[in-house]
Design a protein around this ligand. Structure first.
Ligand code: BZD
Length: 833
């Protein structure tokens, strides 16, 4: 095959023409072909799941065509590339997204229905790829979609976990975790690359050799070696042939290493020993907020970055003789501190394997890395014991010590810092349990830029967790407010709204230029438009109602407010406050006369989310929600004025139904705790009104949509520290006390089991200030009910929510990263005249 360097422009242009045809008959031929020859089933007899796999393979062929052309084109042009390093990618399903982005939805729909299959059902046969916990992992997936759509020469790198996020089963109100072996029937969207494989080393020791020119050479003699094998996942852009790559690594036993072991002893146990290599990529850690210093997790982190850096350096060296141009050709974004070991790993590769010397290596390293922080909660910050890093990665520990030593020198000499302050900024922290490596500090020292994920959060990291670093390096700090992809989170998941928006704006350009949504504001007062908007919402609500009917057997009251809080269960997100207010609402309805009940605005409260398996409080919160649900839903006095549901196993695919179907969504974290939030953006796009605090991206959403079109409540982030120190003197709101009493007195059963929850919000223990914000929360809920009574007004606000959500496209976010941090430019895969 001709090398890309030798391809002429005309030939490349020809390659970008598509070879596989997308008319209905060609698609049917390709589906049937895959039924026979990929699945080895009969074309006369295949079920819906087989139809899905065959259609997926036929679509995969079309993705590969574009993927190959895009990669050849990028290689030919050799621009600066950006690499997004993340331990998590929460992709969800791929089929619908690929159909939509490739612009082949209609012909596939016709092709399938011609063969006797319903697209909706076929699509449902796909399992979610759930290689992430929540916001951070889903953000990475939205970013890939935007990078492809914006024609950026970008790659994603991560781990191909065999078990993704656990399946949550709720049995008698208790969360049970079940393994998610998502690869059972094969995953048609990946391409295994057995030849793209690298050795990854662990343990052992470092020896020093004097070279002829008198320099010291460090050699790492590893104690264990495993092979990282690449699995490529094509990521198609929307309305562009550009198809980028998400490369996920799987651990395999390595062939060459330690062959001796086979000859000396038991052959079978040697094989079994080797197989243990695969455990490195077997399971995703399901904890999203508390740091646990598990050795396997550290192994995963090193495994991912080591394979990734070897791959990046190999690709660079294919086209360059020296490392001089490395910073002009490579940008690497660290998704939180999880891939921070990439820093000492690049130093090691440059110094020990390419003999570049410290100064030159450091100069290069500090020009290529940038890092994103996603939380200010101290318990989430990574701190690895030096003893563990030393054991697992002895050479990296030396390098980290060297980085720190030079950093401390710089602090003393250039910034006049000494004494305690030196210790407080040191990458190595001395504790009573021994020395720790503060990964965020390591990332900060080596990165040219650090960013927060919403304006308020970026401000907070400068004032709190990274204050001393901001004092010396203010220019390193940036904000990049999160965004979500409107392809998945509006265009695909809400077809009726997609059609109405496109019809109203007279263009579908909003699918790549979300700012255009502001054109909807002109129609917000228009009664016929409001009517159409309301009808679209009813359609989406019906889909959500049917999902709940399948889950519970209940028919929902379609006149009720569908009030949704879906996200990981955490004390700071205050699902507890939500359910306390539901308990109170229930109690109020119970004491009403039939006449009074006529005035009640009906509600369906929907809560969903997973608790980290070891997070006891979060698990109790789930049980409490279930207990309230049980009591309320079975009380004939309440009827359909109030229903409460805990939706088990909340995931990307469920979100695609729940978000469009909601009227109201709750974003009620204690101000200053939620870095950004991204579901708030998805809900706003879909015309769901926000009840929320001035936290995370809610602040900027309020700027765009208007506070008057949201239900804002609670104290601001600036007030939180003072309020926390005064908690024990707080005059508790009587309604709060009443709600607490209901639970404490066993109104919903399980009083003893709930007592730790009650204690956690009592007096000086109430860290997340539920008692403080409760009155204001109830007041906001009252405004919600009032607003609902005025249908036109509610609908107007709903339209303005969508109209004001244009800023929150991940296209905008990625454009900012590309310009302000990475210095990469779009490379449209077409040849200009
Ligand atoms: O990141 C979340 C924040 O809590 C959100 O406010 C923010 O919107 C998103 C995206 O920036 N953080 C996470 O989701 N964090 C994790 O999932 C995580 C996973 C492993 C280890 C630590 C944290």
């Amino acid at each position: 095959a001709p090398q890309p360097d030798h391809l002429n422009r005309e030939l490349l242009y020809g390659l970008l023409d598509s070879y596989l045809k997308n008319d209905v008959v060609s698609i049917q031929e390709s589906i049937v072909h895959h039924v026979e020859f990929t699945l080895a089933r009969s074309r006369y007899k295949f079920d819906t799941r087989e139809a899905y796999f065959a259609a997926a393979h036929s679509l995969r062929d079309r993705l590969i065509e574009r993927w190959n052309d895009t990669q050849a084109w990028i290689k030919h042009k050799d621009p600066k590339r950006v690499y997004y390093l993340s331990m998590e990618f929460l992709m969800g399903r791929t089929f619908l997204n690929a159909l939509h982005n490739l612009g082949v939805m209609q012909p596939y729909q016709h092709a399938l229905s011609g063969l006797g299959y319903d697209m909706e059902k076929v699509q449902q046969a796909e399992r979610d790829a759930a290689l992430g916990n929540g916001g951070l992992g889903r953000l990475a997936s939205c970013f890939l979609d935007s990078m492809a759509t914006l024609n950026l020469p970008a790659w994603g790198y991560g781990i191909r976990y065999e078990y993704g996020m656990f399946r949550q089963v709720v049995s008698e109100g208790f969360q049970k975790e079940q393994p998610d072996y998502w690869l059972t029937f094969g995953y048609p969207w990946e391409i295994q690359r057995p030849h793209v494989a690298y050795p990854v080393k662990f343990y052992g020791h470092v020896s020093v050799h004097e070279s002829q020119d008198g320099r010291q050479n460090f050699v790492w003699n590893a104690g264990e070696e495993v092979t990282a094998v690449a699995y490529d996942n094509p990521i198609p852009g929307f309305k562009t042939p550009s198809t980028i790559n998400l490369r996920l690594w799987a651990a395999k036993p390595c062939q060459e290493f330690d062959l001796e072991a086979f000859n000396t002893g038991d052959y079978v146990s040697s094989i079994i020993d080797k197989q243990k290599a695969e455990t490195i990529t077997s399971v995703l850690y399901p904890d999203d907020k508390t740091f646990e210093g598990k050795e396997l997790r550290l192994k995963q982190q090193h495994f991912m970055v080591s394979a990734t850096l070897q791959d990046i350096v190999r690709r660079y060296k294919e086209q360059h003789e020296t490392f001089d141009a490395f910073p002009e050709k490579v940008a690497m974004q660290l998704n939180d501190t999880h891939p921070t070991l990439g820093i000492p790993e690049l130093m090691r590769i440059l110094m020990d394997e390419n003999h570049l010397g410290w100064t030159r290596s450091w100069e290069i390293t500090t020009k290529v890395f940038s890092f994103t922080n996603h939380t200010v909660l101290p318990e989430a910050l990574e701190q690895w014991p030096v003893s563990l890093v030393e054991k697992l990665l002895p050479r990296h520990m030396q390098i980290i010590y060297d980085i720190n030593w030079r950093f401390v020198q710089e602090l003393e000499q250039n910034h006049g810092i000494s004494g305690d302050k030196l210790g407080s900024m040191s990458i190595i922290l001395d504790t009573e349990y021994g020395k720790m490596v503060r990964m965020a500090y390591l990332a900060l020292v080596a990165s040219h830029t650090v960013n927060g994920v919403a304006a308020i959060h970026s401000k907070l990291i400068k004032e709190t967790i990274f204050k001393e670093f901001h004092d010396i390096w203010p220019e390193k700090f940036q904000n990049k407010t999160n965004g979500v992809t409107q392809r998945r989170w509006l265009a695909q998941c809400n077809p009726p709204l997609n059609r109405l928006i496109t019809e109203t704006l007279g263009t579908e350009a909003w699918i790549t230029h979300l700012d255009l949504l502001k054109g909807l504001a002109a129609h917000a007062e228009d009664e016929t438009f409001q009517q159409k908007w309301a009808e679209v919402k009813v359609e989406a609500k019906a889909k959500l109602a049917s999902l709940l009917k399948d889950l519970t057997g209940d028919d929902l009251n379609m006149d009720a407010i569908f009030d949704v809080q879906v996200k990981r269960i955490h004390e700071y997100k205050r699902q507890f406050m939500n359910i306390l207010s539901v308990a109170l609402r229930y109690d109020r309805i119970k004491s009403m006369t039939e006449k009074e009940k006529e005035e009640v605005v009906p509600r369906v409260v929907i809560i969903g989310g997973k608790a980290a398996p070891g997070y006891d409080m979060a698990k109790r919160i789930i049980k409490l929600i279930s207990a309230v649900s049980e009591t309320v839903n079975n009380d004939p006095d309440v009827g359909d004025l109030l229903k409460v549901y805990f939706v088990p196993d909340y995931n990307v695919s469920l979100a695609e139904v729940i978000v469009p179907g909601s009227d109201l969504n709750q974003q009620i974290s204690t101000a200053g705790t939620e870095a950004s939030g991204t579901s708030n953006m998805k809900f706003a796009m879909n015309g769901s009104l926000i009840i929320g605090t001035m936290d995370g991206a809610n602040v900027e959403i309020a700027e765009e949509i208007g506070e008057e079109n949201m239900f804002i409540f609670g104290v601001g982030a600036q007030e939180v520290p003072a309020l926390r120190s005064q908690r024990e003197y707080l005059q508790v709101d009587p309604q709060f006390q009443h709600a607490v009493n209901l639970i404490q007195n066993g109104h919903f059963g399980w009083a003893d089991y709930f007592s730790p929850l009650i204690e956690s919000i009592t007096g000086s223990r109430d860290w997340y200030l539920l008692a403080n914000d409760f009155e204001s929360y109830l007041d906001a809920q009252e405004r919600v009910d009032q607003e609902w009574r005025d249908k036109a007004s509610w609908t107007r606000k709903s339209i303005l929510s969508t109209a004001g959500s244009g800023k929150f496209s991940s296209d905008r976010t990625i454009h900012e990263y590309a310009e302000d941090i990475w210095g990469v430019e779009p490379l449209p895969p077409t040849i200009p005249e």
